[in-house]
Design a protein around this ligand. Sequence first.
Ligand code: ADP
Length: 192
Amino acid sequence: MTINVLFLGPQGSGKGTQATRICAAHGVPHVSTGDMFRAAIAEQTALGREVEPIVAAGELVPDALTVALIRDRIAKDDAQAGFILDGFPRNIAQAESLDRMLEVIGRPLDRVFFFDLDDATATTRALERANREARVDDTPEVIARRLAIYHEQTAPVVARYRATGTLHEINAARSVDDVFAEISAAFGWLAR
Ligand code: ADP
C-alpha cells in the first residue's frame, strides 16, 4: 500500500507543521522543497550557492533544478511506500512534470490537500514565524512577493487538481489540532 499526497496552500497555512505530524504518524517521508533548498544553502553546496539569492528574494527556483531535486528524492528507498510533497508543484509546468514522473513509475496521486487561508492571516502567521525561526524570506516585503507568486502561479495548480477531483479542501484558519484531526481522518480512510 502506498500513499502519495500533495499539500498545497499559501505561506503560513500550516502545510509544514501538518506534514511533519502526519509523516510521523504514518511513516511516510515529508518531502519539502523549501526545506531541501534551505538545507543546501546551510551546507553551502553548489545547489545551495546557486539558489540562495533566489530563495532570499522569495522568487521561484528554476523548474529544471526543482524538478530534478524531486525526481531524485522520490526515487529513494524510503519514498517507495509513499510521500507527502510540501511546496511542490508550485506552478503548472512543475505539475505537468510531476504527472509525467508519477506516470512513469505507475504511482498516481491519491489525494491533494489544499490548505485554504486568506492573505491577511497568511501574512500575520508568516510574520509571527519570523520571530521564532530566522528565515531570511520572512520579511514583510518578501512575504508579500511570495504571496503574489502564490496567487499568480500556484493557484492555477489548485484549480487543476480541483478539476481532476482529487482535491480535499481544508479550512486552514483553524487550530493545528483541528486541522490535524481532519487530515488524519482522511489519511486513515486512504490507508484502508
Ligand atoms: P513558503 O511556502 O512559506 O514560501 P517554502 O519553504 O515552501 O516556503 O519555500 C521557500 C522558498 O524555496 C520559496 O520562496 C522558493 O524560493 C523556494 N522553493 C520552494 N519550493 C519551490 C518550488 N517548488 N519551485 C521553486 N522554488 C521553490
